[in-house]
Design a protein around this ligand. Structure first.
Ligand SMILES: O=C(CO)[C@H](O)[C@H](O)COP(=O)(O)O
Ligand SMILES: [Fe+2]
Length: 219
């Protein structure tokens, strides 16, 4: 087994997005990570549902939508209709995380709960029975190109232990600062999906970077 790779289009060439997406799909990336930023939960603004609709037309990859938005309930239906396969909502962004996850599942797609570096795994334990994926932020959300926080490895191990003890089968995803070294560390702790933005889209050879992530996590 190897880690599944989810290139983040935040680091792609926006004017040649179709090309950059095809490149990672042909290189074996399983998911495409789409960062949605509302200018409030995080300072930046990025990618509305029309982008997901357009990407759906050109890609068969699993479209992995990371909603960095306050009250994400307001946007779930639109992103599901646009063709998202997975929608992730931040624990910190809503008073009603359980209801938001129910809303996602109501569309027949995968539901993901996301935690910031400052949020403990114990806070999301009550919803772990109902999620398909847990995203452990390995940087503070909002920007690409930040440094991986090694302290987050312990959270991955804790989630992996809960998964085994309770018989859950959610994926564990990391997002932020992924490279071959940090992805290997996360994989060894139990991560099953790595989002990689700047590491993959380094303008040199995205296919080689994906191959490297697969190589270092090959069992
Ligand atoms: O959610 C995100 C930022 O909030 C991005 O997915 C993340 O930053 C990916 O970029 P990089 O791999 O360059 O760290
Ligand atoms: Fe992200």
């Amino acid at each position: 087994m190897t880690i599944k790779v989810a290139p983040s289009i935040l680091a792609a060439d926006y004017l040649n997005l179709a090309h950059d997406v095809a490149l990672v799909e042909n290189a074996g990336a399983e998911l495409l990570h789409i960062d949605v930023m509302d200018g409030s939960f995080v300072p930046a603004i990025a990618y509305g549902p029309n982008w997901v609709k357009a990407l759906r037309k050109v890609s068969n990859m699993t479209l992995d939508v990371h909603l960095m938005a306050v009250k994400p309930e307001r946007y779930i239906d639109e992103f599901a209709a646009a063709g998202a396969d997975i929608i992730g909502v931040h624990y910190e962004a809503t008073n009603h995380i359980h209801r938001a996850l129910q809303q996602i599942k109501g569309h027949g797609i995968k539901a993901e709960v996301v935690i910031n570096p400052g949020t403990a795994v114990s806070l999301i334990e009550p919803v772990l029975y109902m999620v398909d994926q847990v995203l452990v932020m390995t940087v503070n959300p909002g920007f690409g190109g930040q440094k991986f926080l090694p302290e987050m490895i312990e959270k991955i191990a804790t989630l992996n232990q809960i998964k085994r003890e309770k018989g859950y089968d959610f994926d564990i995803e990391i997002d932020g600062g992924a490279n071959d070294e940090t992805t290997k560390m996360a994989y060894d702790a139990g991560a099953t999906v790595a989002v990689a933005g700047s590491y993959v889209y380094d303008k040199v050879d995205p296919a080689a970077k994906i191959a490297k992530l697969k190589e270092v996590t090959a069992d």
